[in-house]
Design a protein around this ligand. Structure first.
Ligand SMILES: *Cc1c(COP(=O)(O)O)cnc(C)c1O
Length: 334
């Protein structure tokens, strides 16, 4: 009903309808209505599947056999997996610094991977040149508006699962497509008269990749050299920046800037208190909440959007944990 393609074009793989859960931990810090929307449970482990699924349906409807995409990891491994389920070839452009788990995943799914010397923005430009030259469908985030359309389903599900609108939503922002998509989902429900008011969205960014937060403050985008360990939100030029900013302004959203260190602490807090092991970019939602929680009314209905699983990036997840030493005898155990 909310999407532009008929059901028969969607591949047989289970995307979306992820659980909205209410971890007990948040009661212990005084918040009674904090929910987690766990999008790490999508088939390839991230919210990106919502966009890939819709782009795959588009390709099938118009009999397109190959999709091109650039990605820091999740969009690529997602398109590769959904492509595999759909019988569609995927050409994927990635930066050298892609976390290995995401690369291995894309290769397992059979994507044709081009590794680009340079960052994500360069991989993005190469992939666009390739799709234009070969006249192929691009799934590049924001460039293909279906990516925004697909991601809006997260907002619609949150509304349906809660039976009302949340007061606040915390989500990570890199290119601003999740941010724009979630806003679009709520805005459509609002226009249909199904929400009393628009939720307030807190877009969380790393202080090492704050392009959207800067632009919200300063009025326009300036080139930065993003350098966050949270690869999925590490972006110099947000591809959906202007739309994201206009929605933040229109609906009085806010940006929250957190440190990479705090993201890694939030990752462990999330794992150890809720049983959800998220990648750093996804844990940024919790990190942003922890940063502003003093200012927030404890009865508010709050949703933390967890966008991807931690298993894809073991290297960063290893930074703050202590590995056990092997033992030789039981006497060494206290
Ligand atoms: C892509 C991604 C984000 C950021 O989404 P944008 O649309 O680029 O802002 C956050 N978390 C995860 C896990 C992602 O894969």
């Amino acid at each position: 009903m909310y999407l532009p393609f008929e059901e028969k074009y969607f591949p047989n793989i289970k995307v979306g309808n992820t659980p909205l859960i209410k971890p007990e931990y948040f009661n212990s810090i005084g918040f009674k209505n904090i929910f987690i929307k766990d999008d790490s449970l999508n088939p390839t482990g991230s919210l990106k599947d919502r966009a890939s699924y819709l782009v795959a349906a588009c390709a099938r409807k118009f009999n397109i056999k190959e999709i091109v995409v650039s990605s820091t990891g999740n969009a690529g491994s997602s398109m590769a997996g959904i492509g595999a389920a759909s019988g569609i070839k995927v050409k994927l452009f990635v930066p050298e610094k892609i976390p290995k788990g995401k690369l291995v995943q894309a290769l397992q799914y059979g994507a044709d991977v081009v590794m680009v010397k340079g960052n994500y923005d360069k991989a993005y430009d190469f992939s666009l040149e390739y799709s234009e030259r070969k006249k192929l469908l691009s799934r590049n985030t924001a460039y293909n508006p279906l990516t925004i359309e697909g991601k809006k389903t997260a907002a619609i599900e949150i509304f349906e699962e809660l039976g009302r609108e949340p007061d606040y939503v915390f989500l990570p922002a890199g290119d601003g497509v999740i941010l724009g998509g979630v806003y679009k989902g709520f805005a459509e429900l609002y226009i249909m008269g199904r929400l009393k008011r628009m939720p307030k969205i807190f877009a969380v960014q790393s202080d090492k990749s704050p392009a959207i937060a800067n632009a919200l403050n300063e009025g326009d985008f300036k080139k930065i050299n993003a350098n966050s360990i949270a690869d999925s939100i590490n972006v110099d030029v947000p591809k959906n920046g202007y739309y994201a900013i206009s929605m933040l302004r229109k609906y009085e959203g806010e940006c929250v800037i957190v440190k990479d260190e705090d993201i890694l602490d939030a990752q462990i807090l999330l794992s150890s208190k809720t049983g959800i092991f998220a990648e750093p970019a996804a844990a940024a939602s919790l990190s942003g909440f922890m940063k502003v929680k003093e200012k927030i009314d404890k009865d508010k209905i709050i949703v933390l959007l967890i966008t991807g699983t931690g298993l894809k990036d073991i290297e960063n997840a290893s930074k703050k944990i202590k590995f056990p030493e092997p033992i030789k005898s039981m006497d060494q155990i206290k």
